[in-house]
Design a protein around this ligand. Sequence first.
Ligand code: GLC
Ligand code: CA
Length: 545
Amino acid sequence: MENFKKSTIYQIYPKSFCDSNGDGIGDIPGIISKLDYIKSLGVDYIWSTPFFTSPLKDNGYDVADYREINPIFGTMGDVEELIAEAGKRGIGLMLDMVFNHTSTQHKWFQKALGGDREYLDYYIFRDGAEGAPPTNWQSKFGGSAWEYVPGLGKWYLHLFDRTQADLNWENPKVREELRDVLRFWKNKGVKGFRFDVVNLISKPGLFEDDMQGDGRRFYTDGPRVHEFLKELVRDSGIAPMVTVGEMSSTSLENCVRYSNPAERELSMCFHFHHLKVDYRDGEKWELMPPDYGKLKRHFEEWQTGMQQQGGWSALFWCNHDQPRAVSRFGDDKAYWKESAKMLATSIHMMRGTPYIYQGEELGMANPAYKEISDYRDVESINYYGIMQKAGKTQEEALETLRQRSRDNGRTPMQWDAGEYAGFSASRPWLAIPENHAYINAEAEEQDADSVLAYYRKLVALRKEYPVIQEGAIEFLYREVPGLLAYQRLLGEERLLALNNLTGEPVRLPEPIGCRGFQRLIGNYGEPGELIGELRAYESIVLWKP
Ligand code: GLC
Ligand code: CA
């Protein structure tokens, strides 16, 4: 069995993890200083978001040099030490490869701007029609996806910020440059890669207006994406390292192809449909309480579909682009601990590879900022304006950010209850939530019942029980709203996971007899002989040899 099926992966956002030199910004020596903590979680890999040279318009997802380290985060020596020190602890480092686009500060783009024909063909430059952009496509961060360069009389495509120019994957030289970046990091001892928005790399042959949407249907899971991925993995020599692709607005059918081992593309996929069940009409900036029925159906469809067709999923609630799950799907006040643990259980017992995003293991919650000046994220700041232009009041726009901003997931790691949460000796780049008084690593280390202790146990269970790693999954009680229940089956072994997604008790159609079962984990103490009802956000995992 592939190693990644037994693994749990810890995601680090370096800017917010630990600041070693007191400038308010997390850095690589800070990560090194916390490796024993990371090891104590039992995880096998660290995925770090980008720390390469970058103007940080999108916090490092705008790379200006794939082989150099941004001095704000440290030096190449620090990265080598991180790889070595993590390795000593049995932890592999996975790097984040942003290959759909580069920063406009990248030397390739700078040469293109200078009119160098060779480098113009590294990007997607097109003519517009009478002062208008080549197509009506929208950037994912708001506004047109095209930017005009007067000196060239042409427009370049940027699916994200205007400082993130899309690379032209049709050009074989571009593809070879990117493979060479992978070889470089492989030689440094990196153990795996996460590929940023990698299902957007293949653009259509013809660029045309989208009369139904923002253009994504033309380039999402685009015409040559599978071919490009196969070539990238094969010709860079990175197989059999662990790889995960971030798939934006993708389909089940494509995720099967990206991750089925027979296709020789990637180990697994991040897909996001479960994180859209609180988008009204599919719109991120329109608030709606989570639709738990939809959430349940999503898991049923994707878990079962990926299993039947041999795909493999990354399991996650949180990352640096998402609000904190406990605030979003749980209750970060009255049932903070219970709901944080339930959310963890519900995905850690599924089929796939779980990811823990820094601070999630502490139950970190959204910061509930009051002012627009508290926000740093380019997307949030853009949409604050766009929402008001579209008719929202200032307070409505702020409330939307409070729930939806990517900064919710980017607040500094809460190490202790001190003024700057033990993250830094001075004021951090993004404000620390008040709840760090009780949500912090130091306090949770002292508490056997903490969210932290619970996560450690979940990670250990996956290592210990083959049924969690490779058992078949089957959903149960599909008709009971709010109850996410499934079993995992391997030979005679059977594991039963019951999760109440809601703050109201849920009744089972018939009580479950627990005789013969052993309780592996749960957030409310030992169940009785019969389980007839689950309490608010209750989780119970039962196992029978
Ligand atoms: C991915 C990253 C996100 C970034 C975007 C553009 O979605 O996770 O942080 O802004 O790609 O690179
Ligand atoms: Ca620092």
